[in-house]
Ligand binder design. Structure first.
Ligand code: MG
Length: 334
């Protein structure tokens, strides 16, 4: 980027800051925050927050505090007021430390400050915005890998009825739109790496908030793609094996940031009569965190894993989710 572009971007950012206080607050507040609580009595501990934009100027912060060596969770809710977000909530620090405490907080730009008060203590909190990155982001395809999307070639994918891939190329990614797409190639066991970015859809909820999915061969098992940052997990949230099993951990990053899946899939085994002797076995790392460990998927039909059905499918759920850096190592071992 040259200097004049830099100046132009800074100016345009400054203009948006002046014109659009709400949008500015939303963009800078949503994400991961890390900091410390300081009790007036001299105690202190670590504190983290996941701030979620719930649309129409509403925000929620899910807090985790280390209190006497235990992780304690709290929730704050609030609204945009001018260029700040003002939040209120509670945290239960445990009976030994005085039970439920009240919290007041304010986010201005990259600073999140506040106070707490309860039966045994009171004090202040300070947090800073942190950018977390998946350790496998940008992973290079190893020798022997099959590259399924390298940033500019849509041709390894097609629609479910064999027509050309209708998804758009945007900034080195392919963006969902025009229907589900499947690989042209068929696979047995494999290890798959892919990267995805969920759009910011602050007014949307549940299955409408940045939905897509990675369907494993057999077209039955969906590794869900959804904006679940800061939300409770369930069988439909990001990383879930859809309708079967929630992820073991909510490893989601905020929408608008690149995330990774590293999926090991062992396809079902059948005997000579066509009866299944081993289900699909799925292991998934979401942003480098193990969320399914050799899980025997349940939705696999008893139907033989037909030759027409050994493909990977990416879901178009009507939301402009982007994918990039997709590659696969075939025939991994158990
Ligand atoms: Mg989905």
């Amino acid at each position: 980027m040259n200097r004049s572009m830099n100046v132009a971007s800074v100016l345009s950012f400054a203009v948006s800051l002046v014109c659009c206080g709400t949008a500015f607050a939303a963009i800078t507040a949503m994400g991961n925050w890390q900091g410390t609580w300081y009790g007036d009595s001299g105690t202190e501990g670590t504190l983290s927050a996941q701030v979620v934009d719930e649309g129409k100027g509403d925000f929620r912060a899910s807090l985790k505090a280390d209190v006497g060596g235990d992780a304690r969770e709290g929730i704050m809710r609030g609204k945009v007021v001018g260029d700040a977000i003002e939040l209120k909530g509670t945290i239960d620090v445990g009976a030994a430390f005085g039970g439920v405490y009240e919290l007041w907080g304010k986010i201005v730009g990259e600073k999140f400050t506040g106070r707490f008060a309860g039966a045994e203590d009171q004090g202040r909190v300070e947090l800073k915005k942190v950018l977390k990155k998946s350790p496998t982001l940008g992973a290079e395809p190893p020798e022997g890998a099959i590259v399924l999307f390298n940033g500019n070639d849509l041709s390894k994918w097609e629609t479910k009825d064999g027509k050309p891939n209708p998804w758009k190329l945007v900034d080195g990614a392919m963006e969902a739109g025009g229907g589900d797409i499947r690989t042209k190639q068929e696979f047995g066991d494999f290890k798959l790496h892919l990267e995805f970015m969920i759009p910011i859809m602050e007014d949307a909820r549940g299955q409408g908030r940045g939905n897509s999915g990675v369907f494993l061969p057999g077209n039955c098992e969906e590794v869900q793609v959804l904006d679940s940052f800061g939300w409770e997990t369930d069988k439909g949230s990001c990383g879930a094996l859809y309708d079967q099993k929630p992820p073991d951990v909510n490893a989601s990053l905020p929408p608008g940031e690149w995330q990774t899946y590293d999926v090991t899939c062992l396809v079902p085994r059948f005997d000579e009569k066509g009866s299944m002797t081993q289900k699909t076995i799925v292991t998934v790392l979401h942003n480098g965190v193990l969320i399914h460990d050799r899980f025997p998927a349940k939705r696999q039909t008893a139907r033989r894993h037909g030759d027409d059905n050994r493909r990977i499918l990416l879901q178009d759920h009507g939301n402009p989710v982007r994918f990039r850096n997709i590659w696969l190592v075939p025939a991994v071992s158990n």
